[in-house]
Design a protein around this ligand. Structure first.
Ligand SMILES: C[S@@+](CC[C@H](N)C(=O)[O-])C[C@H]1O[C@@H](n2cnc3c(N)ncnc32)[C@H](O)[C@@H]1O
Length: 393
């Protein structure tokens, strides 16, 4: 990525030599040109933005913005706030790739307390409006009259509702011209605004009398902002819950990509001797899983692992993996993430251990599972979904 003052070598995480996707886009470049004073806004160029005090980068995808901001010689502190473990790992790798120290950026998650004062707020608009709202509300008390607030995103990602959020939470907001299908959001903080605290997390209780929910019936689910299907139970998840295996005895169960944790919590409820490991790359998801499990008041042992798939679990240590794979991995729409989760599961399972997957019928997961495991059984099937089981031989 080339800016007015420097060139950066950047990669996504995990790095995959077959992956030709860049680790930055036109919206990152546009924002950096605005900071450098070389962006043409409405036909004129704005003066460079002075980086000083605490500069917060919210929603950076692969660390491109954080790396470039940290590399700026102006005396300032760079703080990144993200929901994603993959973003944090990409940022650390990109800092190193560009000769910067790991502590050149303070890495905070969307669950951490934000800095008490923010002097420059740079926002790469996230896919989830709920996450943006939650994070802006959390940051609002730290924003002051002099805070420079600039958002950026591709035109397809910036909607009237996005601008209204900035307007309602921080102050008057306008957008720039679109350049290479990217747009800037320029916001002037209004200290007179006093937005309410964030309404997230939100919860709902699954009906106790709904026998099709199996062990999940009556459980209360907690959802932090931005997680998968935060407002209601996903229909694919519901289909998996209907078909969960009923097993007894001590065993290691993994809820892989646990989201709000309902699948792992139902598995724990079905087998009080199971130890359940909830794994997700999203801080918001893992906090939700923890809250859902704790609210159930079950006797099971549980662990909550922030990470990329199952790479942190010892090979051959797991009896059962339950998985509703992501169909948009992080930022890219691809089934590569699902394939990686299946391969990870095969490694983590002991011989005889099983992977149970729910997926949209048209995704043809059975082909991938059969290739990886040499077997795949259909446990349940509806016009839309299938639940598949693959056994490690
Ligand atoms: C389709 S959602 C399923 C969530 C939950 N199990 C449910 O059924 O409601 C997929 C989950 O996988 C997580 N995820 C995506 N990529 C991941 C990765 N590389 N490692 C771990 N979790 C990941 C997402 O954050 C998301 O919570």
């Amino acid at each position: 990525m080339t800016t007015a003052h420097a060139e950066y070598s950047l990669a996504r995480f995990p790095e995959d030599p077959r992956d030709t996707l860049r680790a930055w886009d036109a919206s990152d470049e546009y924002l950096l040109r605005q900071l450098d004073g070389t962006a043409a806004l409405d036909g004129t160029t704005a003066p460079p933005v002075e980086l000083s005090g605490t500069v917060v980068v919210l929603g950076d995808r692969w660390g491109a913005l954080s790396t470039a901001v940290a590399a700026s010689p102006a005396p300032h502190t760079t703080v990144q706030i993200t929901d994603s473990y993959l973003t944090q790992q990409a940022t650390l790798a990109n800092l190193e790739r560009n000769g910067l120290a790991a502590d050149a950026v303070t890495l905070l998650s969307s669950q951490d307390a934000p800095p008490v004062r923010v002097d420059v707020l740079l926002v790469r608009v996230p896919k989830s409006l709920a996450l943006l709202e939650d994070q802006l509300l959390r940051l609002a008390p730290a924003v002051h009259e002099g805070t420079v607030v600039i958002g950026t995103g591709m035109v397809t990602e910036i909607h009237t509702s996005t601008l209204k959020l900035f307007e309602r939470i921080l102050g008057p907001t306008r957008t720039s011209l679109a350049v290479k299908k990217a747009r800037l959001i320029l916001c002037t903080p209004d200290p007179a605004l006093s937005p309410p605290p964030s309404a997230w997390p939100v919860g709902y209780t699954l009906p106790a009398e709904d026998a099709t929910l199996g062990a999940a019936a009556g459980l209360t689910v907690t959802n932090h902002a931005g997680i998968f299907s935060a407002e209601r139970l996903d229909i694919g998840t519901r289909f998996l819950l209907q078909h969960l295996p009923t097993r007894q005895g001590p065993e290691q169960v993994v809820d892989l990509g646990s989201g709000n944790g309902i699948v792992g919590t139902a598995a724990a409820r079905g087998n009080p001797e199971a130890e359940v490991v909830f794994v997700d790359e999203s801080h918001q998801a893992l906090a939700s899983s923890r809250a859902t499990f704790q609210a159930a008041g079950l006797p099971n042992k549980a662990r909550f692992l922030l990470g990329d798939g199952l790479t942190d679990l010892p090979p051959g240590s797991v009896d059962l993996v339950l998985n509703n794979p992501p169909f948009h991995s992080h930022q890219a729409t691809t089934d590569a993430a699902a394939r990686r989760m299946f391969a990870d599961s095969r490694t983590a399972l002991r011989p005889g251990g099983q992977l149970w997957v729910v997926g949209n019928r048209h995704l043809n997961y059975h082909v991938t599972l059969r290739r990886l495991f040499g077997n795949c059984v259909t446990i349940g099937s509806s016009p839309k979904f299938v639940v598949l089981r693959a056994t490690k031989r």
